[in-house]
Design a protein around this ligand. Structure first.
Ligand code: NI
Length: 172
């Protein structure tokens, strides 16, 4: 297992529409283990494959950050099939350091996904867990939480993103 470097905005891999996983092999198992370890090391409550530079539809979520057994959800090829309600709460992203903003998300969802062996399952989630799953499923389509912002919040985020772009240019 390895803790992988987390790709930061404006890395173009964060904008890739990821491909469905078709092979449930040792390579996938290794990716999942590395995602879990990288998420816990950050520490974070969710991590998607593009955030470690892999364009596959794989994400891991644990709103307990490893504190509770059963808290870890491994989502391969996840699709949100049902949703209802709306909740607005603070959100951030490991790929966009030092920015958090309130985002409107469904209050309740059902996600269909596969485990690391390709077995399908359905997971019902509400509140913060639903929010994190929506955030990670967005990542797999190249969507970032800042894309949901409007008005003044969007303007504030745009200034922050521009600063990250300038910093990355300096780094290159
Ligand atoms: Ni994120």
């Amino acid at each position: 297992m390895s803790v992988l470097p987390i790709r930061l905005y404006p890395d173009p891999v964060l904008r890739v529409a990821c491909a469905d996983v078709e092979r449930f092999d040792a390579r996938l198992a290794g990716l999942v283990r590395n995602l879990v370890e990288t998420m816990y090391a950050a520490p974070g409550v969710g991590l998607a494959a593009p955030q470690v530079g892999v364009g596959s539809r794989v994400a891991v979520v644990d709103v307990t950050v490893g504190e509770e057994e059963g808290g870890l959800h491994i989502l391969v090829n996840p699709v949100i099939v049902e949703q209802s309600g709306a909740e607005t709460d603070l959100e951030g992203c490991l790929s966009i350091p030092e920015l958090s903003e309130t985002v409107k998300r469904p209050g309740w969802i059902v996600v269909e996904a596969m485990d690391v062996e390709g077995k399908k399952f359905r997971l019902e989630a509400e509140g913060f867990l639903a929010r994190v799953i929506c955030h990670e499923v967005d990542h797999l389509a190249g969507v970032l939480f800042v894309d949901h912002l409007r008005g003044l919040k969007k303007e504030k985020a745009r200034r922050h993103l521009r600063r990250l772009e300038q910093e990355s240019e300096v780094a290159v």
